[in-house]
Design a protein around this ligand. Structure first.
Ligand code: FES
Length: 103
């Protein structure tokens, strides 16, 4: 079933940065790109690394382990060694709260 889940407050995600959050039993990465909020799975599709430990640059997240890059908005894998895109989630801001749609 689809459900909007509160995962963080806006103030917790600095501009052009990423944090890791839990939504139910899922680890997600939350991004703030110029004030707009995006969400992806937090565990890289290539190995066991957390994207929230990586770097946000030009709308992409760079994995800290082998420097694979994903497009934050689409989840698309942009370069080697990545072969699989990362899952993205719809986000919504209500007042000061960030909600993620989990299905
Ligand atoms: Fe992310 Fe290898 S674990 S690029």
């Amino acid at each position: 079933s689809n459900e909007w889940i509160k995962v963080a407050s806006l103030a917790e995600v600095p501009e052009d940065d990423v944090i890791g959050v839990m939504a139910r039993d899922r680890e997600l990465a939350l991004y703030n790109l110029d004030g707009e909020i995006f969400a992806t799975d937090n565990i890289c599709t290539h190995g066991h690394a957390r994207l929230s430990d990586g770097f946000v640059e030009d709308g992409e997240i760079e994995c800290p382990l082998h420097q694979g890059k994903f497009c934050i908005k689409s989840g698309k894998a942009m370069c080697e060694p990545l072969t699989e895109d990362i899952r993205t989630y719809p986000t919504r801001v209500e007042g000061n709260e960030i909600l993620i749609l989990i299905s």
